[in-house]
Design a protein around this ligand. Sequence first.
Ligand code: ZN
Length: 185
Amino acid sequence: MPNKEALLIIDYTNDFVADNGSLTLGKPAQACEAEIIELADAFFAADKFVILPTDVHRKGDPYHPETKMYPPHNQRNTWGRELFGNLKNWYEAHKENDNVWMMDKTRYSSFVGTDLDLRLRERNVKTLHLVGVSTDICVLHTAISAYNLGYNVMVHQKAVASFAEASQEFALNHIKFALGGRIIE
Ligand code: ZN
């Protein structure tokens, strides 16, 4: 089986991206929308995988570490957990295809407590392209897991965003210099 590639669109939901999202990054995240759609189209057209790992929470979950740290966000079956903007339409139009799937995650890393590694291995995916939010939290933690599991990591700079510019810079530098990832400008 030939080596394959996958695009991971991480946490691009209303709560993290929309102006009135409960844990929003706002404008920097919204500025990624067109680039994310363009990449999704390109990957889909090239018969590559497009995967949407998406944070999910239960209301007031007393056992989840994030409950104490953040306002409630990305609760299942709420507007806040719906994909933001055109990505919602893109996913609706492509979700019946075997190469496209949305998946739950409950921690920052897309690999923790999920079957992502298993599904990537089944498909002989060796290289992951990361986009979405937040660069210094869920994207970074996913990149660290991917590094530890032996994947090649590429991050598309115009399609990732953080809460603060300093965090963005730190995360991209860390991915480049400590994880051997490639930053695509
Ligand atoms: Zn969360």
